[in-house]
Design a protein around this ligand. Structure first.
Ligand SMILES: Nc1ncnc2c1ncn2[C@@H]1O[C@H](COP(=O)(O)OP(=O)(O)OP(=O)(O)O)[C@@H](O)[C@H]1O
Ligand SMILES: [Mg+2]
Length: 394
């Protein structure tokens, strides 16, 4: 029989009950308040491991901002990277909105020119503007920072004059190229210095903090940083119980404790486990034994989905590196221990290390230490036959 299931495991899928992010939401609401008063506000960056709920949080914040009449656009930076064309398209959309009001039509030429220059010069797949060769030369620039700053300053000025504040939501920031990130920081900084109501809410893997401060030292003052983590005992309890309530289903205290114990409060794992246990449950109260009965199904679902997708992105050399990390036993682990497990020296494995960081599989924790960006990934690796064979051979 078809059963409506209130749990939603999946990338960026808004849970039916968003647990434990009240404080973050309240903080940002205050920032939006300032923005709607035409006051430039501090931008915000959320970092965290895979599946902790960064995307759903920034999507929720976007809804709140939209309700406050802030102009919003969501950008997801992809590995193949098309940040410039996306930011240009979002800026154009902003101009379209402003120009719908007759009295603001005169405000759009300057920003439109800046967007043209950005796209013509830095978007390799540009086909938005049809320009003559001569015009193209006029618009061509060699300096990305300058071009992006021109865009931010001119749309910022338009935002200010038309009293239409802007917030760009940028997800997966870690995939931005260093030069683009540096330019984004500089552009935002300049627009804020001039008092324009433009802000960014970003999200990405833990390495973004280092990426930002390496690009520009003042980025530490430009952004508020917030680490998004697993849910506390109480928050996890709510994430488990609340979605089922309206269907008359509840959980025993022992069942809740067991679920938290297995999932460690990771939102994605909670959704995945509860989806299965809810689907299989035959009674109105879910007991610890119901949870025990589906644990293997839960891990099968993760192994063939959440974990597998990440693992498949590893080349053969990456996989060996991952195996060597798991063999270290405790995580985060030292790069020297990984090298030792591979019978290599540290310098010869640095390319693989960089590759895995770029793919977003691992991240540097402290000096010379590494960990997985995917929670509980080492457990998955241990269950792999390939890993067991590698261990026997090495
Ligand atoms: N606060 C929360 N309460 C309950 N469930 C949540 C919460 N946050 C996220 N989830 C659930 O967790 C899952 C992962 O969320 P999301 O895709 O936002 O994570 P993420 O941090 O963006 O992951 P990734 O780094 O892989 O992009 C989704 O199924 C979502 O419904
Ligand atoms: Mg995400």
């Amino acid at each position: 029989m078809f059963k409506i299931n209130p749990y939603r495991p999946g990338a960026g899928l808004m849970p039916t009950y968003l647990a434990g992010r009240e404080e973050d939401i309240q903080d940002v609401e205050q920032i939006f308040e300032a923005l709607t008063m035409n006051i430039p506000a501090q931008s915000m960056i959320f970092s965290g491991l895979r599946g902790v709920g960064k995307t759903v949080l920034i999507n929720k914040l976007q809804k709140i901002a939209e309700d406050k009449e802030i102009f919003c656009r969501h950008i997801e930076v992809e590995e193949r990277n098309d940040f410039i064309s996306q930011i240009a398209a979002c800026s154009q959309a902003f101009l379209r909105k402003v120009s719908a009001k007759e009295k603001f039509k005169n405000l759009i030429q300057k920003p439109l020119d800046a967007i043209k220059a950005l796209v013509v010069s830095f978007d390799p797949n540009e086909n938005t503007f049809s320009l003559s060769v001569q015009e193209r030369e006029l618009y061509t620039s060699a300096n990305l920072t300058q071009s992006l700053t021109d865009v931010f300053v001119t749309i910022g000025e338009t935002a200010y004059k038309s009293e239409t504040p802007i917030c760009f939501f940028i997800d997966e920031i870690q995939y931005m190229k260093a030069a683009e990130l540096g330019s984004l920081i500089a552009a935002l900084h300049r627009a804020n210095q001039l008092g324009y109501p433009v802000m960014v809410i970003g999200a990405g893997l833990p390495k973004i903090y280092k990426m930002l401060s390496e690009e520009k030292s003042y980025s530490e003052r430009l952004f508020l940083y917030k680490e998004i983590g697993t849910l506390t005992q109480e928050q996890s309890g709510k994430a488990i119980e609340e979605p089922a309530k309206r269907f008359g289903v509840s959980y025993s205290h022992e069942a809740i404790c067991k679920i938290i114990d297995i999932t460690k409060g990771c939102p994605f794992f909670l959704q995945q486990l509860c989806q299965i246990v809810y689907q299989k449950a035959e009674n109105e109260v879910i007991e610890a034994s119901d949870v025990e009965n589906i644990v293997s199904l839960f891990f099968e679902a993760l192994d063939s989905g959440f974990f597998r997708v990440r693992y498949e992105r590893c080349a053969e050399s990456d996989k060996k590196f991952v195996f060597a990390m798991v063999r270290c036993g405790k995580l985060p682990c030292m790069i020297s221990n990984i090298a030792q497990n591979l019978n290599k020296d540290v310098t010869s494995i640095s390319t693989t290390r960089a590759q895995l960081i770029n793919k977003g599989i691992i991240y540097p924790v402290r000096y010379k230490e590494l960990d997985f960006t995917v929670p509980e990934f080492s457990g998955f690796v241990r269950r792999l036959d390939e890993f067991k064979i590698w261990c026997e051979e090495n």
